[in-house]
Ligand binder design. Sequence first.
Ligand code: ZN
Length: 138
Amino acid sequence: MPSADRCPFCDYLAGLHPVTILEQGEQVAILVTRWQRGQGHVLVIPVAHRPTIMDVAPAEEQQLMNAVRRAARAIAAAYDPGGIAVWQNNGVPAHQTVPHVHFHVAGTLADGGTRSGEVPRLNLDETDRIAKRLSPHL
Ligand SMILES: [Zn+2]
């Protein structure tokens, strides 16, 4: 399992690196990822550093799932995709790349599914535009 006291997501929330934050609460935040694999692709994370889903605190569980569901509804309302994909990986063998538990939520693409492999890295103006489109629906 990956482990780190600090990580890119913690640095984003601490304001050390720029990122588009769609929503930030006391326990859960929703970020717009710069690597869009579907329509309105966001990451739902606990504010506290939790490496994997096994490390999530009981009090965070409901908040995380609530945010995943609200993100899915916002994506559906903003993009009207054919489907909504939710995925979550734990451990390097499962292709977890950032050691801070995160739920991907994305609308499916016009031709179905989500994009795997290399995707272009969006700039902050582009992720801000995605947030602006989603935020009225949260
Ligand atoms: Zn972290």
